[in-house]
Design a binder for this molecule. Structure first.
Ligand code: SAM
Length: 354
């Protein structure tokens, strides 16, 4: 490996900046040795901030109804083959109870944009979870809402919000979404969420149709401007009932390289090794951790609905119970020399709610 590559990575680590040229080189020309150097640099940074602790977030996929029609997503409203479900408030609370018994201290309520769950209903669910589990963090991932709605969710006790921006480039955004959705609005939502006080997660899929290296570079610039607390990155995987059904999946290797680059640029950010990464490669989550990720998001949804929240084909862990996923992931982490931390796993700079 040339010392010039090593110096470029050290420079990136010091300045927290990457050029388009270096990004292109890493994604299309770097040697195996250079890629390993990048990943080991990222791994060391993650360990210097988080040790060998991996944070767990229990994911509760509470509705697969969605009013949106994103071209890549299996639960888009036009997919008439999707078998739709909604969890009741009692079912959601019982998922949290089960999660708490298993040691989870963060619950992520994720769903399609489902108007059935009015702001009142969301606030009620959030405050009931916080009442039952005051030491736990509640994360919402329910799409684009108004500033006022986000403020209500925050005041009801929600701590964090995940809203991948999907792509920072408007033209690329328009190739992935119908005209009713805009990248500018999605980015504004992220700024609103941050201003309100949420710990905020943005993110992209790797390998979406028409994505270029320039797009990924723009995504990095957007993230540097936003300074999110969490960044969700996973490969795009086609779903058979979407307009992108014949499109190739995103590359696992590119996903790992981007994870490493993000760890170097954002040493303290919460970086999940996603279920999509685990679906694209049986060892994807382990590889993600070894590339610098530090979060896992096992499924806490009831087993009878798991095979219905299908964003993409072949999703893993749809036949398992929460307890099985918990044991499996803890063992997988131990095997690579890491351990699951029994903590809320806030961003290292988080000092409490305002
Ligand atoms: N409705 C909420 C929202 O818009 O943020 C949360 C649910 S949405 C289905 C969660 C994420 O799934 C999206 O942000 C997208 O990045 C990811 N996703 C959707 N379809 C996917 C696919 N085919 N492959 C990989 N990830 C996908």
């Amino acid at each position: 490996m040339s010392t010039s590559f090593e110096n470029k990575i050290l420079d990136m680590k010091e300045k927290k900046e990457i050029s388009l040229e270096l990004l292109s080189y890493i994604l299309s020309e770097a040697s195996e040795e250079e890629k390993e150097y990048l990943m080991s640099t990222a791994r060391e940074i993650a360990q210097s901030v988080f040790g060998k602790d991996i944070y767990l977030r229990g994911l509760i996929e509470f509705t697969n109804y969605c009013k949106n029609d994103c071209y890549y997503c299996g639960i888009r409203c036009s997919n008439k083959n999707a078998s739709r479900y909604r969890l009741t408030e009692e079912e959601i609370l019982s998922c949290c109870d089960k999660g708490a018994e298993l040691g989870f201290q963060t619950f992520v309520l994720q769903g399609g944009e489902d108007p059935y769950y009015t702001d009142d209903k969301v606030c009620e669910i959030v405050s009931k979870i916080k009442k039952a589990h005051p030491d736990c963090a509640v994360t919402l991932s329910i799409g684009e809402k108004s500033y006022e709605s986000y403020k209500r969710f925050y005041d009801a006790g929600a701590d964090r919000y995940l809203l991948r921006h999907e792509t920072a480039n408007e033209e690329h955004y328009a190739m992935l979404h119908p005209a009713s959705l805009s990248g500018a609005h999605r980015k504004q939502c992220l700024r609103d969420l941050k201003e309100i006080g949420f710990q905020v997660g943005c993110g992209i899929m790797i390998g979406t149709p028409h994505q270029t290296i320039e797009n990924i570079y723009e995504d990095i610039l957007f993230m540097q401007d936003l300074q999110p607390h969490m960044i969700g990155i996973g490969p795009f995987i086609a779903h058979k009932d979407t307009p992108f059904k014949d499109q190739p999946s995103g590359s696992v290797e590119t996903t790992l390289l981007i994870l490493s680059i993000l760890r170097i640029l954002f040493p303290k950010v919460l970086l999940p090794a996603t279920t999509a990464l685990g679906t694209a490669d049986a060892m994807g989550r382990e590889k993600g951790i070894l590339a610098g990720a530090n979060v896992l998001m096992p499924n806490l949804s009831p087993s009878q609905v798991r095979d219905k929240y299908l964003l993409y084909d072949g999703k893993i862990c749809t036949g398992e119970e929460a307890a099985e996923c918990n044991v499996c992931l803890r063992a997988r982490m131990n095997k690579i020399g890491y351990q699951v931390a029994d903590s809320r796993g806030d961003h290292p700079d988080f000092t409490g709610r305002m």
